[in-house]
Ligand binder design. Structure first.
Ligand code: SF4
Length: 103
C-alpha cells in the first residue's frame, strides 16, 4: 500500500463485501463514508447535506467520493481493515492508490 496520488486528484472508495468481517473499524474511523448495514457488512455512502443522512450504496462495487478532509481517515480505514477489502482509487483512471491492489 503506497501513497501515490496528488492531493488535487479526485478519489473514490469501494468495499468488497465478500471479504468484509463486519468488525466496523472503518465506520469508527470515517463514519461519514462507511457504515454497517443490517446485514452486518460495511458499505460506502456519498456525502450528505448537513443534517441529512445519506443512503448506503449497497450495489456490489458501488463507489463513493472521498472528500479531501476525510482522506486520512479513509486511508487509515483501508490500512487497518482486517478483511483487506477497502479500495481507494483515482477517479480519472481507476488506479488503486490505497488498498490491497495498490502498487
Ligand atoms: S474495516 Fe474492513 S472488514 Fe471491517 S467492517 Fe470495514 S470494510 Fe469490513
Amino acid at each position: 500500500m503506497t501513497a501515490q496520488h496528488d492531493a488535487t486528484e479526485e478519489l473514490e472508495v469501494w468495499i468488497d463485501q465478500d471479504l468484509c468481517t463486519g468488525d466496523g473499524i472503518c465506520a469508527q474511523y470515517a463514519p461519514e463514508v462507511f457504515e454497517l448495514d443490517i446485514d452486518g457488512l460495511a458499505y460506502v455512502k456519498p456525502p450528505a447535506p448537513a443534517g441529512e443522512e445519506a443512503d448506503l450504496l449497497t450495489e456490489p462495487g458501488a463507489t463513493a467520493p472521498v472528500p479531501l478532509p476525510l482522506l486520512t481517515d479513509v486511508v487509515a480505514s483501508a490500512k487497518e481493515c482486517p478483511g483487506d477489502c477497502i479500495h481507494v482509487r483515482r477517479v480519472s483512471d481507476g488506479t488503486e492508490v490505497y488498498g490491497p491492489d495498490a502498487a
